[in-house]
Design a protein around this ligand. Structure first.
Ligand code: F0G
Length: 404
């Protein structure tokens, strides 16, 4: 497996494995995989390997024998007929990333990112996070025996995620500021050599996250859906999905790209705003706010990559209100039995909205990536799920409550 680290913006080759931006132009970094060996191969050969991120090892820039793994990936692709009918699309699937080891898609990037940290001989890893990245990094750092420091925006991290980061033994630091501010602090610490940065501006993270797109196509038996919708926060995941599919196009494993649809919350919508103005770059939202705290991000580090992914696939970006997010979350739970956190429900809310606007057609085959588990944010669930009925301990009293 051969690869080069390059600047996404000016194309410079990067030789220092510890950089998280281009020394020449300050641009984002990306990884160019040499996939010559895969050309012309039968993709179904990979099925001899177990489901999961490492099934796709030939597309990953870390040697599999060095993998720090918790058996991430291999998540269900649910055929959601009832929900599809309600939304008015022919076929709707939900890729349920809540089934990953720490309950979110972040594990896909972290297995590759932490393996890379070990290859580089790092002793301490760190990140800023709206919650899921910290939960995932803390677990993989524990598995690898590394120190771990996570910076969280104070008061805005869902309970389950905070519990996870604390539980796996990370040094958890609550920063007086939002995610964007915490990210700039941790980047400074990384630059000074205090830790190895494992936010998704580290180009090894999206490499692992590519596997969600590989799996979707693999699970659909190499049929390419018309649309893949996913929530956008710091904006690396939509780029990872795009990169994965362009790589499979390049080796001839698929022959067309799906439209990629990025969904944001209206209070944190810099990519959507840029898309509406047909811009290739975005302006930061200064005070991002949304119930979907995972994507409460105003200055997405990988925003330019996300916009490229959207424009190149003739996709789009849209935003949904907190009410739309909570209502889609509930709909997915009650029609399909699938529990996702609010940010993840944004993808479903976005598809609902775009179908109503005619941007998605009724004959489209749509996949929503639902990025995190319902139990990540129990407070929001309890606040919005109705009431618990109280009863004395007698069958008669309970019968009165259940109506017969
Ligand atoms: N969905 C969930 C559940 C997330 O936790 C995140 C990001 C996203 C979607 C957006 O993905 O950033 O690649 O566009 N969470 C990060 C974190 C920021 O710190 O856990 P993205």
């Amino acid at each position: 497996m051969n690869y080069e680290i390059k600047c996404f913006e000016c194309g410079s080759m990067i030789h220092d494995g510890f950089l998280d931006s281009c020394p020449r132009c300050g641009g984002l970094l990306t990884i160019d995989m040499d996939l010559g060996e895969m050309e012309g191969k039968d993709p179904r050969e990979l099925r001899q390997r177990p489901m999961g991120v490492w099934r796709y090892a030939p597309f990953l820039p870390v040697e599999e024998r060095n993998a720090i793994s918790l058996l991430e990936g291999g998540t269900p692709l649910y055929d959601c007929r009832a929900l599809g009918k309600e939304i008015g699309v022919k076929r709707l699937h939900v890729k349920y990333e809540g089934a990953n080891p720490t309950g979110s898609f972040k594990d896909r990037g972290m297995t590759v990112g932490v393996s890379r940290a070990v290859e580089l001989g790092c002793k301490v890893v760190g990140c800023a996070s709206t919650g899921n990245t910290s939960a995932s990094l803390a677990a993989y750092a524990a598995k690898a025996g590394l120190g771990c420091v996570v910076l969280l925006p104070s008061g805005k991290v869902a309970l389950g995620k905070l519990a996870q980061a604390m539980f796996y033994g990370a040094k958890v630091i609550s920063v007086d500021g939002n995610f964007d501010e915490a990210l700039s602090v941790v980047r400074e610490l990384a630059k000074e050599g205090h830790l190895y940065l494992l936010n998704s501006i580290n180009p090894f993270r999206p490499e692992g996250q590519k596997s969600v797109a590989f799996e979707i196509v693999d699970q659909l038996d190499f049929e390419v859906p018309d649309v893949i919708a996913l929530p956008v926060g710091n904006a690396a995941n939509i780029w990872a999905v795009y990169k994965a599919l362009t790589e499979w196009m390049s080796v001839g494993w698929i022959d067309r790209m799906p439209r990629l649809i990025g969904v944001q919350a209206t209070g944190s919508n810099p990519i959507t705003a840029a898309f509406r103005l047909e811009r290739k770059d975005f302006e930061a939202v200064e005070h991002p706010e949304t119930v979907a705290t995972a994507i409460r991000i105003g200055n997405p580090a990988s925003g330019k990559k996300a916009l490229k992914a959207i424009y190149d696939t003739d996709g789009c970006a849209t935003d949904v209100t907190d009410e739309e997010i909570l209502s889609a979350q509930k709909l997915l739970g009650r029609r399909e039995g699938v529990g996702v956190e609010p940010a993840s429900a944004a993808s479903v809310a976005g598809v609902l909205k775009l179908r109503a606007e005619g941007e998605i057609s009724g004959s489209d085959q749509v996949v929503c990536i639902c990025t995190g588990n319902l139990l990540k944010d129990p407070d929001t669930v309890i606040k919005n799920a109705g009431e618990v009925l109280r009863s004395e301990a007698s069958a008669a009293a309970v019968k009165r409550l259940i109506g017969g």
